[in-house]
Write a protein of this length. Structure first.
Length: 173
């Protein structure tokens, strides 16, 4: 198995948009109305928003390749780019998605490890993320990776209010 993780640049904008829409739709499309999904995709993954996110110096995007094929991506935020102030001196994993054809190859674990590496380089003490309470596979994965639930918050998919569980992992010194 050959894998490679590379930072995204402004030149990757359209590829980032494409994989963001694909992986988000595959992950959440069946559990949400088409209208709510469409509204969310237009808000979250329009080119202007992604360009702003890519330009933010306290956010980082990474692509993961499996056998030279784009398999998924990771977005981390720290300092002012975090969507919430969850833990002291922390890094947020805002997005971690693997394309359907590449799941079950350990790529999610590699991306979490990349997030941990980023956090350690930045001397952060915690990493955290929000995960939909109905996403059982993701919840089990994050628990296996050492994350523990520390709270919850509302997440809006279009006009549907959903509950995300906040999960935190303390990093060892």
């Amino acid at each position: 198995m050959t894998t490679k993780i590379t930072p995204c640049t402004k030149n990757d904008l359209e590829t980032l948009q494409k994989i963001s829409i694909e992986t988000y739709s595959d992950t959440f499309g069946a559990q949400n109305t088409e209208e709510n999904l469409k509204t969310y995709l237009e808000q979250a993954f329009n080119l202007k928003k992604l360009q702003d996110e890519l330009s933010n110096p306290t956010s980082k995007f990474f692509f993961i390749y499996y056998e030279d094929q784009l398999a998924g991506y990771l977005k981390v935020n720290y300092d002012g780019a975090q969507t919430e102030d969850i833990a002291e001196n922390a890094l947020e994993v805002e997005r971690i998605y693997i394309r359907v054809a590449f799941k079950r190859n350990g790529l999610g674990q590699l991306l979490i490890n990349k997030a941990i590496d980023c956090a350690e380089e930045l001397q952060k003490k915690h990493i955290w993320l929000g995960v939909w309470e109905e996403n059982d596979a993701a919840l089990k994965f994050y628990q296996k990776m050492g994350f523990v639930q520390s709270g919850q918050h509302s997440f809006f998919m279009g006009d549907d209010e959903q509950t995300d569980l906040i999960m935190v992992k303390a990093l060892t010194e």
